[in-house]
Design a protein around this ligand. Sequence first.
Ligand code: MN
Ligand code: MN
Length: 425
Amino acid sequence: MSDDNRITRRKFVGSAALAAAATLPVYGQQQSETKSPREGPEERKTQRSPDHHLPNETDPGARNAPLEAENPDTVWGAETDSGTVPPFKYSFSLARKRIENGGWTRQVTARELPISKTIAGVEMRLTAGGVRELHWHVSAEWAIMLYGKARITAVDQGGKSFVSDVGEGDLWLFPPGVPHSIQGLGPDGCKFLLVFDDGNFDEFQTFLLTDWLAHTPKEVLQKNFNNAPETTFSHIPKKELFIFQTELPGELKQEQTESQEGTGMVPKRLDFRPSEMKPTKVTAGGEVKIIDSKNFPVSPIASAIVRLKPGGLRELHWHPNADEWQYYISGKGRMGIFTAATRARTMDFEEGDVGYIPISQPHYIENTGTTDLVFLEMFKSDHYEDISLAEWLAHTPHKLVDQHLQFGKAVIDAIPREKMVITPR
Ligand code: MN
Ligand code: MN
């Protein structure tokens, strides 16, 4: 809420505000003399009602009722929300789908969500046999398979090859500039999320094999490919393939052997299977798996896969080393962020939504649904870092903490000494 609105509201409540001010302690009176006075609890009662029946709470329309139903924390925001916070949510459901034979794709980048400067995301669906054309790009590509199976291929600077099949929950990482492909397998292809370490990444502006060769003179191609006859190059598609339908790939072992001939396999695997690792942290409220260059050495992008049980809370924290880009895989939750100088905002998230929190801005995520809330925390950094509010306070002289917050020393003494990550413990 703007300061202007706040002043108008104070006029609206009139004498009630004066009465409330008279009962405030000295500390509160000092506050009330500043430009943006703190409001007392009595005053709030006149502005909000539990069932939203007051005259100042009605909305005669126009309203987008389905959108409001999905965003209860926007319609009736937390009373702690304040000020203007730049948008930090965008849904893949609002992104344009590019549909091709063989599948479709859509992206959420800094163009759709301007705050998301360090990371962009792409969703892609490939049919069984559908191919994301051989290509490369300047950004690193981190990926998680959301549904089905795919065959991935890549070749590194040493001519070393990587061919692998990935299934639901598996990750891969294509380093910057390394050419690669993805092909949907049976019985029903796949759907996956790609995460790039550049908010301005554009999946429609990658270096495509067919696009490049269609724009290279045939006589140059002849020289490049051992003087093959010119007719060899007359079937190169005039227009990029990008995503196209073809038949399923050959047997995995045989394709690996053929691709590795003379050079061998890449020195470090480009895929990772979170299902084969133990959670980094398990509590009564859920669990988290942290995957960064410590356990997935090729990745310049750090990630946390978080599962919150109903009621579970990803505790109050921030990340001192990078912005956080989020993707919600399943369930429903809300996130509250604080951007300093009294500004705070709560928004609701569900599957297919993207969230974004700038470096060092504190936040929490709460499961508000009846099923597990599963989401990704992604960082443009080769390692994961966070600072927990509770851990910070537990390791600061307790007397000093109590002088700030007045919890009572017993409560502060009882804060666990180790990071909780997810509550309840
Ligand atoms: Mn790619
Ligand atoms: Mn976070």
